[in-house]
Design a protein around this ligand. Structure first.
Ligand code: CP3
Length: 353
């Protein structure tokens, strides 16, 4: 008992232990809704600098940890961070989001995408993760994260955020060999990158396939799921004990398919009722989520009710409390604080109800 209390709650939940309350963290918990982040952003306007200068990235990762003591600390980075190391440069432009110029559109460009050597191109990730582990100790788990092949290919091919994904889907439906070749290359590099993050100190890794929910189930089975599996199989072969989480936005129609990817935990968005998600995924798979980020714009009473409702629906085993997608810019910081406080007292609050 004494020994297991030294293990962060998030890891205990990921192992399927019964707990008195679920661990809690938030996707995008470092970022623009925090005043401390906005101040630092004014001084260092380049996103790449903020995420690739270890001192800045460590400071930003720890801002929400100091403010709210979440059970998970995610490294401040982006899913696009490994792309330059594969020959795909990017930038993140204020009010436009990610830009990849030139986008990958030809067989020759796909040919030129090369395997990632993380020691060479991502040395800052080692410093960031090692330092976070030292700073956080066993008070919280340190999470790494990556983008999944479909979502990274969507940025590489579209060149920016997209509403309809017509360029990558056009390629999928007219020249699938070319897209499969790119997806395969990205999958192998991302597997290398996940292993590197674990070797550098990440205790849990979340894979974001944010835009795979834009695919029909049939196309998900062809262009997203096999490449999620390829990453997960390669990582599990060398690092079988590190829990892996899979997140997709708009996943209600493909939840069972997400469970087939080989991940330990499925991160559910708010378009699915948590009790249904549990039933649909079965007892072997943990769940994370799934509160609508807009709930944090509601009253504190409403926020508390939704937290307790979600916890009740998820049960006391294999659940990590989180939002259903990233916290939104403009969220009142005191409501974020209230979210964490309430989650951490959930055992007492549920007992009196
Ligand atoms: O959770 C955390 O605290 C880590 C931070 C994090 C960022 N990006 C920092 C960031 C994480 C987990 C990501 C992942 C990411 N990046 C995803 C998957 C998660 C999801 O939301 O589905 C995606 C699709 C991206 C690509 C990306 N990066 C977009 C679409 C944008 C623009 C978003 C916007 O609202 O402007 C980014 C930029 C970005 N990455 C920001 C942050 C904090 C905002 C830019 C800034 O702060 O200057």
């Amino acid at each position: 008992m004494a020994e297991s209390s030294q293990i962060p709650y998030l890891l205990r939940a990921a192992r399927g232990e019964k707990l008195d309350r679920p661990p809690v963290w938030m996707m995008r918990q470092a970022g623009r809704y925090m005043k401390a982040y906005r101040e630092l952003r004014q001084k260092y306007p380049s996103f790449r600098e903020r995420s690739e200068n270890p001192d800045l990235a460590i400071e930003i990762s720890l801002q929400p940890f100091r403010a709210f003591q979440p059970d998970g600390v995610i490294l401040f980075s982006d899913i696009l961070t490994p792309l330059p190391g594969m020959g795909i440069p990017f930038d993140i432009v204020e009010s436009k989001g990610p830009i990849i110029d030139p986008p990958i559109r030809s067989a020759e460009q796909v040919e030129n995408v090369h395997p990632l050597d993380p020691e060479a191109s991502l040395p800052f990730i080692r410093t960031i993760l090692q330092t976070l582990r030292q700073e956080v100790g066993n008070r919280a788990a340190v999470l790494g994260f990556v983008g999944a092949p479909w979502t990274l290919a969507a940025y590489a091919i579209e060149g920016k955020s997209s509403k309809d994904y017509k360029i990558i889907k056009g390629m999928a439906f007219s020249n699938p060999e070319m897209l499969h070749s790119l997806l395969g290359k990205i999958a192998d590099s991302i597997a290398t990158y996940v292993r590197y993050q674990i070797d550098c100190g990440a205790q849990v890794v979340q894979m974001f396939d944010s835009w795979a929910g834009q695919l029909s189930p049939q196309d998900y089975d062809t262009f997203a799921l096999p490449y999620q599996k390829r990453v997960i199989e390669q990582v599990k072969a060398t690092h079988p004990d590190t829990p892996l989480i899979l997140y997709i936005s708009g996943s209600a129609g493909i939840l069972e398919r997400m469970g087939q990817s080989g991940v330990d935990i499925v991160s559910v968005d708010w378009t699915v009722d948590m009790a249904d998600a549990r039933k649909r995924l079965g007892p072997e798979i943990g769940v994370q989520g799934n509160i609508d980020p807009c709930v944090l714009f509601g009253s504190q009473e409403f926020i508390r009710d939704r937290i307790l409702d979600t916890i009740r629906k998820a049960g006391n085993q294999g659940h990590i409390l989180n939002l259903g997608h990233g916290i939104l810019p403009g969220t009142p910081e005191e409501n974020a604080a209230f979210f964490f406080e309430t989650a951490k007292q959930a055992d007492k609050l549920l007992a009196v109800r």
